[in-house]
Design a protein around this ligand. Structure first.
Ligand SMILES: C[S@@+](CC[C@H](N)C(=O)[O-])C[C@H]1O[C@@H](n2cnc3c(N)ncnc32)[C@H](O)[C@@H]1O
Length: 434
């Protein structure tokens, strides 16, 4: 069962025409159980409808959004089932009405997916929004990390274009994504995988032409059904916690969307004998980028600090093998890279006397820790050195003292006049004046 009350989760139903009777019956049952159900009519474009609905729901303070299409028939208990999963972005799968396909894009290389009594949680690349549960944290991350603007204020109906269709580059050529797939792409860019519960059975209701085969043979319904996606060998890829932990490579990407800012801000350091300090390295994605793109001089070096225990936001993340994965990912850079396992607030205190030209703070996101990191790091930053804060726009926890911005603002307020601002967006970068 979900831990939060039904009143925390708004059910959003974009309606174009009529609501299928089986869907309406289930929606009324949800209302009887205490779920607020919003039926939105009057939008000719579904992306516009979804943008408005999501923005209105966040504005009204809901923590969870359950999307249900008016032509999808479902069991009300399956809403509770999706909400109970620890994953913030989950869905049920259903077939398209015309072609013999699912209304989703499976992960590349998925050979087959099991549905029904032996179904389970499977990561998909994109899903239709016919039966999809999204927690607020996903929308907040998409809004802030991707710097989506607040639009339409002048009409009195502000919205964030979460569902704006977009084009992605594919090996086979550009792919124009519809509004629901575009949202999935944005969520993935922010580190939120799309997880399907294939034990949920949904019915996509539409027109159907009956032929003589329907008269002559019964249609068999199968409670344990395997859908063949491709001929690739192996089993479908399960999601954590049962997924094997990789020993090398990356399972998360909280970094790539920062690259344009880093390329600009760090351009003067490229190829120089820079001494860099990175607080909070996780699997080393940002570390490796720095080593490959900035710290290319043979005398450049990088010192890291991490507990490898994760922050409060990683409570649901499987961190086993994290330190080993970081070391495997950075091992090829040899003694250019060295570091300390421990809390940065403790380790930094013991580093007095060292000097760095570049410091990047991306460890604990709790404001008291960020403030301590900033104060301690400042004394280690050489005059003219560059200091970066990640996640200034991060709002995963509603309490400001659990997010970096409060600390960054306090620190920069205190240091006014002693730095030059290089970047002020989702991240903040400053240069210490000589
Ligand atoms: C968001 S991840 C870093 C991501 C990395 N910079 C990247 O872009 O790929 C935050 C890291 O900070 C570490 N961390 C959290 N609290 C910490 C603390 N008090 N001291 C040191 N490391 C901490 C976590 O273990 C985690 O690996």
């Amino acid at each position: 069962m979900p831990t939060a009350a039904p009143a925390e989760c708004v059910v959003l139903v974009p309606v174009d025409g009529a609501i299928e009777p089986g869907c309406e019956d289930a929606l009324r049952e949800l209302e009887r159980r205490g779920y607020p159900v919003w039926r939105y009519r009057g939008y000719s474009a579904v992306d516009a409808a979804r943008n408005q609905m999501a923005s209105d729901a966040l504005g009204a303070g809901f923590a969870e959004l359950m999307w249900i299409d008016s032509d999808v028939v479902f069991e009300p208990d399956d809403v509770d089932r999706l909400r109970a999963h620890a994953h913030p972005f989950t869905c049920g799968l259903y077939p398209k009405k015309g072609p013999r396909e699912f209304a989703c894009e499976f992960m590349p290389g998925t050979p087959a997916v099991r549905f029904g009594t032996r179904g389970g949680l499977v990561e998909v690349r994109y899903c239709g929004f016919g039966f999809t549960h999204v927690r607020k944290e996903v929308l907040v991350a998409v809004h802030h990390k991707l710097q989506l603007p607040v639009c339409n204020r002048r009409f009195g109906t502000p919205l964030v274009p979460f569902f704006q269709p977009l084009v992605v580059g594919e090996p086979s050529g550009p792919w124009s994504l519809s509004e629901d797939y575009a949202f999935c792409e944005r969520a993935r860019q922010c580190g939120f995988p799309v997880v399907a519960d294939t034990s949920i059975r949904l019915w996509h209701v539409g027109a159907y032409r009956y032929g003589w085969e329907d008269a002559g043979s019964p249609l068999v319904r199968i409670p344990d059904y395997t859908f063949r996606v491709s001929d690739a060998p192996g089993e479908p890829r399960p999601v954590a916690p049962s997924a094997p932990v990789p020993t090398t490579g990356f399972t998360e990407d909280w970094f790539t969307y920062n690259v344009p800012v880093w390329e600009r801000v760090l351009a003067p350091l490229v190829g120089q004998p820079v001494r860099a300090l990175e607080v909070g390295v996780f699997e080393g994605r940002s570390t490796v980028w720095l080593l490959e793109n900035v710290l290319t001089h043979s005398d450049a070096s990088l010192t890291w600090i991490d507990t490898f225990g994760g922050g409060a936001e990683h409570a649901e993340t499987d961190l086993s093998g994290l330190e080993a994965r970081f070391r495997a990912n950075t091992g090829r850079f040899g003694d250019k890279v060295s570091g300390h396992v421990g809390r940065s607030q403790d380790v930094l205190r013991g580093m007095s006397g060292e000097q760095f030209d570049l410091i990047y703070l991306d460890g604990s996101h709790e404001a008291p820790d960020v403030l301590a990191d900033a104060v301690l790091a400042w004394s280690l930053l050489a005059p003219g050195g560059i200091l970066g804060f990640d996640d200034y726009g991060w709002r995963v926890f509603p309490e400001p003292e659990r997010c970096p911005a409060l600390a960054v603002d306090a620190f920069l307020g205190v240091m006014r006049g002693r730095f030059e601002t290089l970047e002020r967006g989702y991240q903040i970068w400053v240069r210490k004046l000589a």
